[in-house]
Design a protein around this ligand. Structure first.
Ligand SMILES: CCC(=O)NCCNC(=O)CCNC(=O)[C@H](O)C(C)(C)COP(=O)(O)O
Length: 348
């Protein structure tokens, strides 16, 4: 989707304190093989804040940074992977209520680790139809923990961090212009995240904690590894080429790659080798201190590139996400300004 007037007015995160991998190793929470294969040096771990509270904190910070009045919001989209803090409850409405003022739809997105990027794509469609100044708020929020999910062991190859993130998008201005965004799905891969397990009736009634490696192995045993990897490669490649084409950009024009905070082995296999990109052109050195925030790596990565001053006006960024299902999203943006006067993130 070519996006002529889609701007990022602000991004923000709410990331709890870091727990060093060394500490998890010493406590027997993390296996040495995982520490070595992933290269993750620490993860953000929430003490008391729930996923929805972290998302709401990030949303309020992003709205303040953007200067966008809440009544300009035409959509609030909240993406998540795991438990949000209450049962049968509307976290998107909690985010909307926190930023106040709007009566637009507030919708929760379940696209697993592609949720933030899926929200960007959906927001682009909503804003495209507006003929007056309008904005969209996209948030993500997740905390991971036992008994349901072991951040160090439930998805070998990826170590999960807790955090909330937010992006404020407008059709009239911001510090980055989105030139193209594309999302592709392949539902024949959805069984990879349920394997041979029966459908259950209650959360974690079939398997706790989650073990995505067992589910993947069950799936690959029948679907075939080659066929599955081909589908993953094809889906990601289609999202990439479509977003680049819509943005009239080539991979060589990209200065920064804002990627999922996967472990290094997965990052190499899925992105660095596949796209022939340099690790230093990614957010890896920072992402490895946070862990995989589920749906929020991309917004958090952009915030870090901006606050650190590493990304400069005129530079182009490629955002990439992938979610169980599977779905893949890519977006191309150009930094058009250095945002002024953003409130600093809280000290950790
Ligand atoms: C639930 C969390 C979530 O949505 N994660 C996104 C989907 N998972 C991934 O993309 C992780 C990488 N895995 C894959 O690409 C596929 O499972 C492969 C390619 C079939 C096996 O990759 P591996 O597990 O060996 O790294």
């Amino acid at each position: 989707m070519r996006t002529d007037e889609l701007h990022i007015a602000a991004v923000a995160s709410a990331l709890p304190d870091r727990v060093p991998t060394a500490e998890a190793l010493a406590a027997g929470q993390c296996d040495r093989r995982v520490a070595e294969q992933t290269g993750i040096v620490s993860v953000s771990v929430s003490g008391t804040a729930s996923a929805a509270e972290l998302a709401a904190e990030a949303a309020a910070r992003a709205m303040r940074r953007s200067g966008v009045p809440p009544e300009d919001l035409r959509i609030v989209l909240h993406a998540d992977v795991h438990y949000q803090g209450h049962d049968l409850w509307a976290p998107a409405s909690h985010v909307q209520d926190t930023v106040g003022g709007s009566r637009c739809p507030a919708v929760e997105i379940r696209q697993l680790s592609n949720g933030g990027m899926a929200g960007l794509e959906l927001a682009a469609h909503v804003l495209r139809g507006q003929d007056c100044p309008a904005a969209a708020l996209v948030t993500t929020g997740d905390t991971f923990g036992l008994p349901g999910f072991d951040r160090w062991r439930s998805d070998p190859g990826t170590v999960y961090g807790d955090g909330g993130t937010a992006a404020v998008l407008t059709n009239h201005g911001g510090f980055a212009a989105v030139r193209g965004v594309a999302t592709v799905s392949d539902p024949t891969l959805e069984r990879m995240h349920r394997g041979a397990d029966p459908f259950g009736r209650m959360p974690f009634s079939v398997r706790a904690p989650m073990d995505l490696e067992v589910l993947k192995r069950d799936y690959l045993a029948s679907a075939g590894v080659g066929a599955a990897v081909r589908k993953v490669v094809e889906g990601q490649r289609e999202a990439l080429t479509t977003a680049l084409k819509d943005a009239e950009t080539s991979l060589a024009d990209i200065d920064w790659f804002v990627l999922p905070h996967f472990g290094l082995r997965r990052l190499r296999a899925g992105y660095l080798k596949a796209w022939d990109i340099d690790l230093d052109a990614t957010t890896w050195q920072w992402g490895r201190t946070i862990g995989h925030l589920g749906a929020g790596d991309q917004f958090a990565g952009l915030e870090q590139l901006v606050l650190s001053g590493r990304a400069r006006p005129g530079q182009r960024l490629l955002f990439a996400g992938v979610g169980a299902g599977f779905s893949w999203s890519c977006a191309v943006a150009e930094l058009t300004a250095v945002p002024e006067g953003w409130e600093p993130p809280p000290r950790h």
